[in-house]
Structures are given as structure tokens and as C-alpha cells.
Design a protein around this ligand. Sequence first.
Ligand SMILES: NC(=O)c1ccc[n+]([C@@H]2O[C@H](COP(=O)([O-])OP(=O)(O)OC[C@H]3O[C@@H](n4cnc5c(N)ncnc54)[C@H](OP(=O)(O)O)[C@@H]3O)[C@@H](O)[C@H]2O)c1
Length: 257
Amino acid sequence: MKDRIAIITGASSGIGEATALRLAAQGVRMVLNGRSADRLTDVEQKVNAAGHGTIAVSICGDIAEKQVTDACIAACHNTWNEYPSVFIASAGRGLPGTVLTSDENEWDHLINTNVKGLMHQMKSISKTMQELAEAPRDFVAAPLDIVVIGSSIGRNVSPFNSVYGATKFAAHGLTEALRRQLGPKGIRVTLIEPGLVGTNFQQAAGYDPAWFDSYSKEVGPILKADDVAQVISFLLNLPGNVHLDNISIRPTRQAYP
Ligand SMILES: NC(=O)c1ccc[n+]([C@@H]2O[C@H](COP(=O)([O-])OP(=O)(O)OC[C@H]3O[C@@H](n4cnc5c(N)ncnc54)[C@H](OP(=O)(O)O)[C@@H]3O)[C@@H](O)[C@H]2O)c1
């Protein structure tokens, strides 16, 4: 893992932050992305402390803008003279409600972030990784990984949270299609489908805190961000010819979605 360089979007909080800290402990160098400069600086400092040196740099920006992923890739090369072999697409947001009940003023932003933003990330990183894959390289010893954080609600239709769910259905389809396209070139494209994880996600999206508390009690103990990070770390450590390509991870007592 010490030879690997990662880009982590959505690294200023939650699953992205926990993954950054897990990878830092293994000596992975990385570029962190998020919109909040303060929170990103904070995570960068924690990562550098965990990695005992300057192993992280940050690119602050909205991942819905195509040039932000390109800037993350350029930062890898400018800082370490190498391109990334790990890309974690964790940036995302929620939206309470259904087509009938959700705030339609939020639809464009939600779709721009969770779907179009993901497409821009996929397009940019795929170009870079295909160039790496085409150069002489032992992909078993030196794997190339793109990991996308989907959701259990992107596989199971929710009558209560269908608009956010639809963006994750799109993310799942795009990820599986990319896996079919890039797998034969030796690039692993992996989908993680988490159930309920206690992060900043619920508050940032405006889910009702009373609902969240009672649902957490009903299905909990719910997942921590580091539970998901542990799974990501595990799959990145597998030899490059072994692909755990689609992982559903839920709190044990969460039957649905
Ligand atoms: N928590 C759950 O229960 C759960 C369950 C299933 C799936 N997920 C998915 O897991 C992923 C991570 O969420 P989380 O639970 O870790 O939530 P979180 O703690 O709110 O983290 C979300 C991260 O995404 C970043 N982000 C949001 N919009 C962005 C944008 N336009 N450009 C760049 N960064 C952006 C946020 O940073 P800034 O605000 O600084 O930009 C933050 O770092 C998301 O894709 C979410 O849909 C979460």
C-alpha cells in the first residue's frame, strides 16, 4: 500500500474521512477533496499525523465541476510525480422525501452532485487509469482501483426517500457499466452499498433528527464511518486479480432497505 496514491472525494467528513485515516495508517499518499476548506484542512492534518509526514494534500472544490477531479489528478502528479492508483468517490448528499414530498428546488443540485458529478469523476479518472493500465504494469501486484459509494437505497426502492434513491440507482448502473468496460483492462471498479451510517450525511441533507434517532434505535447499533472504511481497506489490499466488486454493508438489524 505504501506505493499507492489515492484520491478521495468527500474526504472532509464521514466515510471519506474515515477511509483517508485508514489508508494513512498504511502509508498511502493522497489527495483529499471536499468543499469545506476548514474541515478539509483539519482532516489533512489528522492524515499527516497518522502517516507520520506530509502524505496528504487538499483540493477544495465542488466535485460537480469537471475541472475539480482533473485538479485532484494534477495534484498527484505535481506533488509526487505519479498518477493515482486508487480513486474513492465518496462525495455525495441526501434529500428527504419522494417525488411528491421532496423539495424540487433541490433536485438540480442533488442530481448535479450525485449523478453528473460522479460521471465527471468517472470520466476523468478512467482516462488516467487507462493510461496507467496501458503502460507496462503488473496489475496483480500493483492494482488500479475505482471505488464508488452507492447506497442500499440505490438497490431497494424506498417509498419514503425515492429521489435520493434514484440518484444512487444511477450511480449503481454507471458503476457496473464502468466495471464491465474497465475490468478487462485490469482496473477494478467497485461499488459499496452502505445501509445506515452515522455521519454528517443526515444533518447536511436535513433528515428529521427525531426520525433518525428513532430509526437508529430500531435497527442499531448503526454503522460507523470506519466500518465502511475497514471494508474499503480490505478490498484495496487484495491482489489485483481478485475483485470483490459489489459489497452491501448494513447494520445487522437493518432488514430494509
Ligand atoms: N451516511 C449514510 O447513512 C449513507 C448511507 C449510504 C450511502 N451514503 C453515501 O456515502 C457517501 C458519503 O457520505 P457520508 O455518510 O460520509 O456523509 P458526510 O459525512 O456528509 O460526507 C459527505 C462528504 O461529501 C462531501 N461533498 C458533498 N457534496 C460535495 C460536492 N458537491 N463536492 C465535493 N464534496 C462534496 C462533503 O464535504 P463538503 O460538505 O465539505 O463538500 C463530505 O466530505 C455519500 O455518497 C452518501 O450518499 C451514506
